[in-house]
Design a protein around this ligand. Structure first.
Ligand code: ADP
Ligand code: ZN
Length: 649
């Protein structure tokens, strides 16, 4: 897609055209209704007759013309104009006829012509402004709508560096080669490095994605262009696309540079989503973005960065190889990360001696970088208000409360009670995962929010697997239900936090019974689904009923039975390990993240750091039987299982 066809130019012109025609029409009406245009030209002889009959009045006699009112045949007075002749008697005759007249020095018709010329100039000017200019200036709409509102930051003013960003070391690490590339694109190429092009930063709002992008520009010493995707989507069709073009044009002129697009999901949402088609303007903007992405070579020294907190809703075309193919997670900070972020911001204020930032970090679970910056700022304001020399502990505490109470932050910050439920829920997953024989090793358990999840248990397979046995499936169901089971056991009450787990459970159970023939009662049957893959996401409402009512009933029973027995088993596992379970919950609440080794020690399974041995390999016989069914492998299994638990709101 090298050729720079501008599919949206027509649209811009069509917007201009409509506005243009309206203006021209209005002006024309005004112009042609001016009284001057109804002026009748009288011959001098006619004029003289009218003078004699006293049928003229209000004359203005200029050296070259005479204008005034005359009485027409119907007796109405209308404006007229005549060319003046050498007629010394005229004044006498006018006086005799008692006509009101006055003399004028200047040629009034010149004024008249000037007035008309002005109108014409105005019209032509408008015409040019609306119709001609857009085409001349390469598709950019005349009205300046199309100018991107992008802010450019000069490399010389670039003050943000990686020192200013804390608590996301992995993300910084991943961005290192982008910096290397921007510093010296040619050298990077020579070494055969694959040129990066688009980097997608994803994570909750306020985790420092914009800051990171700026810091990359700062570290590399290149220009930084930023624009918010929501600014692209304006009222007028075609404007967004034009702005995208403008943004890229500006950046190309200033290469090497970083283009940063905030809130990419505002334009980058999946196309054709929703009933009745998509949003035309948004789609055009997205298309333009894709065209620009394909149209520039990273050789030019431009890196596109974008941020989103909803990577899941992005159009797949955007994240294809060659576009935003680098994905960097910017998670909410853990305890240590929070302390580091506080240190960064505390540099800007004076702290009293007793202030311990580690303590502040401890009492701010769920806070992201922006919240912590806010805490330090609020504390400084409070201290200043009280005429203190430095920020004291009390100010910090008060500031934390203020930030928690801040209305817009509330949804993100988790109350202590909720934190306990989340911890129990996650430990439920963890304990069941650790105590079932056919499950992948638990990598870590965390109650730090990540994406839409409030907490997560991460399982990673020991090796790549392409087949999943029935026992493994059954354990998986059990692990999924472990969260809900723990909530019920500990609190005697269940929450909405398990909704995603339950969705997955249902999907797995259906797949086992309906597609993989894993039901004893039904035997090795597989019922075809309409949309391959969709079934797994629980969207199979439109499945053809290619089987009988009776069979449907048995299928339902089998699915329910499978889920119920898994839930019972999960509860048993937790109850049987209650002491270790409680211990792990309290350690998790304190540390927020517990890694594999410590989990095993707490559960009394292992000496610290010993490898896992209780893992039984999948039954080779089952593997044999299912050889021709590689789709039993789910995508999640390959990447490790993340029992992320969605925010119930
Ligand atoms: P996002 O783009 O992820 O919504 P921002 O980069 O706009 O978040 O963060 C807003 C502000 O919060 C930053 O300007 C900075 O002051 C502070 N901040 C956020 N994350 C961090 C971090 N990891 N380290 C230091 N400061 C941070
Ligand atoms: Zn869960």
């Amino acid at each position: 897609m090298k050729n720079n066809k501008r599919p949206n130019q027509r649209r811009i012109v069509s917007f201009g055209q409509i506005a243009g025609w309206i203006l021209v029409f209005v002006l024309a009406v005004v112009l042609f209704n001016r009284p001057g245009h109804k002026t009748t030209e009288l011959d001098y002889s006619e004029f003289k007759q009218k003078v004699a009959a006293a049928e003229v009045s209000d004359l203005t006699i200029a050296p070259e013309t005479i204008v005034g009112m005359y009485k027409n045949t119907e007796g109405k007075f209308l404006p007229f104009k005549t060319v003046r002749m050498d007629d010394p008697e005229l004044v006498k005759e006018l006086s005799a006829a008692k006509v009101k007249f006055r003399a004028e020095k200047d040629n009034s018709w010149i004024g008249n012509i000037l007035f008309n010329v002005l109108w014409i100039v105005l019209l032509v000017g408008l015409w040019w402004f609306i119709f001609l200019r857009p085409q001349r200036s390469d598709g950019k709409s005349a009205m300046n709508f199309a100018r991107s509102k992008a802010k450019m930051q000069d490399p010389s003013q670039q003050t943000v560096t990686f020192k200013d960003v804390a608590g996301c070391e992995e993300a910084k690490e991943e961005l290192q080669d982008i910096i290397k590339f921007l510093k010296n694109p040619k050298k990077f190429q020579k070494l055969g490095g694959k040129l990066p092009k688009g980097v997608l930063l994803y994570g909750a709002p306020g985790t420092g994605k914009t800051l990171l992008a700026k810091a990359v520009a700062g570290e590399a010493g290149v220009a930084f262009f930023s624009a918010s995707a929501s600014e692209f989507v304006e009222m007028f069709v075609g404007v967004g696309a034009a702005r995208v073009r403008d943004l890229f044009d500006q950046a190309k002129k200033n290469a090497p540079a970083i283009i940063f697009i905030d809130e990419l999901d505002a334009v980058g949402r999946r196309r054709f989503a929703g009933i009745g088609g998509g949003h035309d303007e948004r789609e055009q903007t997205l298309n333009q973005l894709l065209i620009e992405l394909d149209g520039f070579e990273s050789k030019q020294g431009i890196i596109l960065m974008a941020s989103t907190n909803r990577p899941d809703v992005l159009d797949p075309a955007l994240i294809r190889p060659g576009r935003f193919d680098r994905h960097v997670s910017v998670p909410a900070p853990d305890l240590k990360g929070r302390e580091d972020i506080l240190k960064v911001h505390a540099k800007k204020v004076k702290l009293a001696e007793g202030v311990n930032l580690a303590t502040v970090a401890k009492s701010t679970p769920g806070f992201v970088g922006a919240d912590l910056a806010n805490v330090v700022n609020e504390a400084a304001i409070l201290a200043a208000r009280a005429d203190k020399e430095a920020v004291e502990n009390a100010d910090m505490e008060e500031a934390i409360e203020r930030v928690i109470a801040g209305p817009q932050k509330k949804s993100r910050i988790i109350s202590p009670k909720e934190l306990q439920i989340i911890a129990a829920h996650e430990v439920g997953h963890t304990v069941v995962a650790r105590m079932t024989r056919h499950s992948d090793p638990v990598h870590k358990v965390s109650i730090i929010p990540r994406g839409q999840a409030l907490g997560y248990t991460l399982q990673l397979p020991e090796e790549d697997k392409f087949l999943t046995s029935k026992s493994e499936f059954k354990d998986k169901l059990c692990i999924l239900l472990g969260g809900r089971a723990a909530e019920e056991i500990v609190f005697g009450e269940i929450t909405s936090g398990a909704s995603d787990d339950l969705n997955k459970t249902m999907a797995y159970a259906r797949k086992m019974i309906m597609e993989l023939g894993m039901s004893e009662k039904l035997g090795p049957i597989s019922l075809p689904s309409n949309e391959e893959g969709e079934v797994f996401l629980g969207r199979d409402l439109s499945r053809h009923t290619t089987y009988s009512q009776e069979l449907a009933k048995v299928i339902d029973e089998e699915i329910m039975e499978l889920i119920r027995s898994s839930y019972t088993r999960a509860k048993e596992i937790i109850t049987n390990n209650r002491v270790a379970f409680d211990k792990l919950v309290s350690v998790l609440l304190e540390k927020e993240v517990v890694e594999a080794d410590e989990i095993d020690v707490i559960l009394g399974l292992k000496e610290p750091a010993a490898p896992q041995t209780d893992k039984v390999p999948a039954d080779p016989k089952i593997a044999q039987e299912k050889k021709e069914e590689p789709s039993a492998q789910t995508p999640e299994v390959k990447q490790g299982d993340l029992f992320g638990d969605a925010n119930p709101s």
